[in-house]
Ligand binder design. Structure first.
Ligand SMILES: *Cc1c(COP(=O)(O)O)cnc(C)c1O
Length: 223
């Protein structure tokens, strides 16, 4: 049941916040609705869950169209985005979680009609299959975005490897938090970088313990 699942996830977030001495509202739940249809997504919205995320352009556009009656929804795009699809999607979203190349940034700059809140995706674990830029390159990459007036780097995003231990997850999230603080200390106007998008169904309590401000949860809401 979605209602119970949502309550359970919210409860787990509150408990993780309490354990970390953080306020409940320090963490935003982003519901990853990529595996469910517009109807199920609508039932979640009607329960008050207004941050939703998708990772496929065509499915997202169809869903947003179907849910036009809910302009209050904040849409997050969390998948890797091909440059040729930027123009279709960038003005339909509020947050983009997977900025990981200058060429993509250039295309967003060219196509966006408003300032897009972006997370720079970082490949902390070093897994070859993962998207994202390496930790060593984050500062240089963010510096290179200063002239991209349509991009606001609000934070960093990462994913822990699918089969990692809690200890490994903790290390990865801790490292992203460290990088985030270093960038925030630079006080870039174009990159305040105060947010951390990390944590999925199997590791969001750990991510919250390490400072996550946005958790992206799918499976735990829809099982
Ligand atoms: C699918 C997905 C999620 C949600 O994963 P769950 O394990 O279903 O919670 C989070 N982030 C990204 C980038 C995803 O693709």
């Amino acid at each position: 049941m979605i209602q119970e699942n949502l309550a359970q996830v919210q409860q787990t977030i509150h408990e993780a916040c309490a354990l970390a001495n953080r306020a409940n509202d320090a963490v935003t739940l982003v519901a990853v609705t990529k595996t469910v249809d517009a109807k199920v997504t609508e039932s979640l919205i009607r329960l008050g869950q207004l941050h939703c995320a998708e990772n496929r352009v065509d499915k997202f556009l169809a869903k947003k169209e179907a849910l036009q009656a809910y302009p209050e929804v904040r849409w997050h795009f969390i998948g890797n985005l091909q440059r040729r699809k930027v123009k279709d999607v960038i003005n339909e979203i509020d947050y983009f979680h997977a900025l990981d190349s200058l060429r993509l940034a250039d295309e967003i700059q060219k196509r966006a009609e408003k300032v897009i809140k972006c997370f720079v995706e970082v490949n902390v674990s070093g897994e070859e299959s993962k998207h994202g830029i390496s930790p060593e390159e984050v500062e240089h990459f963010i510096r290179s975005l200063a002239e991209h007036t349509q991009i606001q780097v609000i934070g960093l995003m990462t994913m822990a490897p699918f089969e990692s231990t809690e200890q490994e997850q903790r290390e990865i999230f801790k490292k992203l938090h460290l990088i985030q603080k270093q960038i925030a200390n630079l006080k870039f106007k174009h990159a305040p970088c105060l947010e951390l998008s990390m944590g999925m169904s199997n590791d969001y309590p750990i991510a919250i313990s390490q400072g996550a401000t946005y958790v992206r949860v799918g499976t735990a809401l829809f099982r």
